[in-house]
Design a protein around this ligand. Structure first.
Ligand code: GLN
Length: 284
């Protein structure tokens, strides 16, 4: 009797056929390429240059396992273990929110603020560290600190700090600004949890797999922002800024919270989709 050939097992013979096969399973070519490239420890361009090469059975099995998890909804960023943010690769995993393009707006605005050369900056709820580490790398003069209540998140932030060589960034465990003792920052920046409990959005797409503590903040989604505004009002240096990302319908509410806490020069900024996504206030 003849031994079973790989073709009989439904295994694609070449890299090119493996792409087609995975794409058919996912109904999505880009994701198929990303997952196959990951299983092969190559990049997408390599797949094109080697489309006629045979594929090893073990690699194809690894790819199929990634495809299976993707079919169950697991985010591509978690399957790849990384996501690009502001032009740099960050490790991501179950314990952290996946960096999103709209959060790059927070970076753009922070970089334009009239801050001192050696500004003290705190990223609250840093997660993967994407905001704090990006700011430190874009502005080497700034003294950047980052806090997070989650030990799991901080472990990932530590690895990203090392990988990106942003050694000077201080990573502190604790709630919001509480780990800071006698420090009066010039900028508090945050992408805090801001989704309301029970928001139907939480039952769809990538967010189903992301940590609830990084997403959800009470019945109106503003619990953490309310606390952050209070703590920042006490901690910020004179003239210091608070810059917060928030939900698509929260800008008015966040401006009110800042007004009530005596911030001035309050302004909201729109993201690329035209949604007021980030709000800024200054201490007198
Ligand atoms: N922007 C995210 C979302 O809509 C929420 C992120 C957050 O709560 N900070 O899923």
């Amino acid at each position: 009797m003849q031994s079973t050939t790989s073709a009989e097992c439904g295994m694609p013979a070449t890299i090119g056929r493996a792409v087609t096969n995975a794409a058919a399973r996912l109904g999505e070519r880009l994701e198929a390429e990303l997952l196959l490239a990951h299983a092969l420890e190559r990049d997408r361009a390599w797949l094109y240059a080697h489309a006629g090469d045979p594929i090893e059975a073990e690699r194809w099995r690894a790819c199929l396992e990634l495809v299976r998890q993707r079919q169950c909804g697991r985010p591509v960023a978690y399957l790849l273990g990384q996501r690009e943010f502001y032009g740099r690769e960050f490790e991501v995993g179950d314990g952290v929110l996946i960096p999103r393009p709209e959060t790059e707006l927070l970076i753009d605005i922070a970089l334009q603020l009239p801050l001192p050369e050696q500004a003290r900056v705190v990223d609250v709820g840093t997660g993967s560290g994407c905001i704090a580490l990006t700011l430190a790398l874009e502005r080497p003069g700034w003294q950047v600190m980052a806090t997070d209540i989650s030990a799991e998140a901080l472990a990932i932030a530590h690895r990203n700090r090392k990988w990106l060589g942003a050694d000077a960034v201080e990573l502190l465990r604790g709630n919001l600004l509480e780990p800071l003792v006698n420090i009066h920052p010039d900028l508090v920046i945050s992408n805090p949890p801001y989704v309301a409990e029970g928001d139907p959005h939480l039952a769809r797409g990538d967010v189903r797999f992301e940590p609830q503590t990084a997403l959800v903040a009470g019945s109106d989604g503003l619990d953490v922002i309310r606390e952050l505004v209070q703590q920042s009002a006490r901690a910020l240096a004179a003239g210091g800024c608070l810059l917060i990302e928030h939900g698509h319908d929260q800008a008015g509410e966040v401006r009110h919270l800042l007004q009530a806490a005596d911030f001035h020069a309050i302004a909201s900024h729109r993201d690329l989709a035209g949604i007021e996504r980030v709000t800024l206030g200054r201490r007198t």
